[in-house]
Ligand binder design. Structure first.
Ligand code: AN0
Ligand code: CP
Length: 317
């Protein structure tokens, strides 16, 4: 595997989940594979889970790990070509990327959407430049439009917890005080759409996701109707995608918060969220603390999805 940015890069999803569950059963079985190999993790944005789980996954494979927080201690990076660099940015990404590539064997990148220029975000300019200019295999640790390590962990989690072959999985928008990217819901849709699950998306009018991510999924604007008979509720906030509203907050309507009364409409569904989550906005305390909340095992599977991807990349070096 030379890159991992979207669902297509993982190949047949059942094989990927099988491999992930084998790794989970014996996570130190390939402890020599990454010997004398170095992973560089580059963060343009904050992280708790991705940072820790990806580093742990690489260590399970015997790798050395270098972590760079671009905004803390590195030179400020210019990302656009053709600008006169007379401002506060001391270095261009076009030098920084190949230099970083010199010091490692694999690169993980986190670079969120800016949420101002939709075309720039959806062209994935930052991670695409890493793929082009680093000379190394590159994986996404959440880019502008997708968060594939999260979605892969979500898929593994659903496969572990499902009690019917084709569970009903519902992605629900929920309110949040800050504008968030569409990366997590886009990616979740993309991964759910390759399965044979009954997949439903629910959100207020105006929060339609990009058609290429929605695909054949059912969109139901009535959240309660969407929840009926669900086996998994996957909550997430995102900002608007459509037209002039790109990156904007159109609603903070707390009638969309996932609470116990709404969960009662489901078929005793499990509650999922990628975390970090704002209690009282996205979900109530009682739902996230309930025995049907699987947010912690879901986060634990981030180590497994990362290890599966890094293992495949090491195998193809
Ligand atoms: C980020 C997002 O919504 O994309 C990261 C989630 C994994 N969330 C926040 O910034 C709160
Ligand atoms: N879910 C997730 O990616 O969390 P972090 O932003 O903390 O890495």
């Amino acid at each position: 595997m030379k890159k991992f940015t979207c669902v297509d890069d993982i190949g047949p999803w059942r094989d990927a989940v099988k491999e992930a569950l084998e790794i989970k059963a014996d996570r130190f079985a390939y402890g020599q594979l990454g010997r004398n190999r170095t992973l560089m993790m580059i963060f343009f944005n904050s992280s708790l889970r991705t940072r820790l789980s990806t580093q742990k996954a690489a260590m399970n494979l015997g790798m050395n790990v270098i972590v760079l927080d671009v905004n803390q201690g590195a030179w400020k990076l210019e990302t656009e070509r053709g600008v006169v660099m007379d401002g506060d940015k001391a270095e261009h990404l076009l030098e920084a990327i190949p230099v970083m590539g010199c010091y490692c064997d694999l690169i993980g990148v986190r670079s969120f959407a800016g949420l101002t220029d939709r075309d720039a975000d959806y062209e994935e300019r930052v991670i695409e430049q890493f793929i082009r200019y680093s000379g190394r295999p590159v994986f996404s640790m959440e880019a502008a439009t997708r968060h594939p390590l999260q979605s892969f962990a979500d898929l593994i989690t659903i496969e572990e917890y499902k009690s019917k072959p084709r569970p009903k999985v519902v992605l629900t928008w929920a309110p949040h005080p800050k504008a968030l990217p569409q990366a997590v819901p886009n990616s979740f849709c993309e991964w759910m759409n390759v399965t044979d699950y009954d997949f439903v998306i629910t959100h207020p009018h105006g929060y339609e996701l990009a058609p290429e991510f929605v695909g054949q999924a059912k969109v139901e604007y009535d959240q309660r109707k969407a929840f009926e008979g669900a086996d998994f509720i996957y909550a997430k906030n995102w900002s608007a995608y459509s037209g002039d509203n790109y990156g904007k907050i159109l609603s903070t309507d707390r009638s969309w918060t996932v609470d116990a009364e709404k969960m009662a409409l489901t078929d005793n569904a499990y509650f999922m969220h990628c975390l970090p989550v704002r209690r009282g906005m996205i979900v109530t305390d009682d739902v996230i603390e309930s025995p049907r909340s699987i947010v912690i095992p879901e986060a634990a599977n981030r180590e497994i999805s990362a290890q599966t991807v890094i293992k495949r990349m090491l195998e193809s070096l």
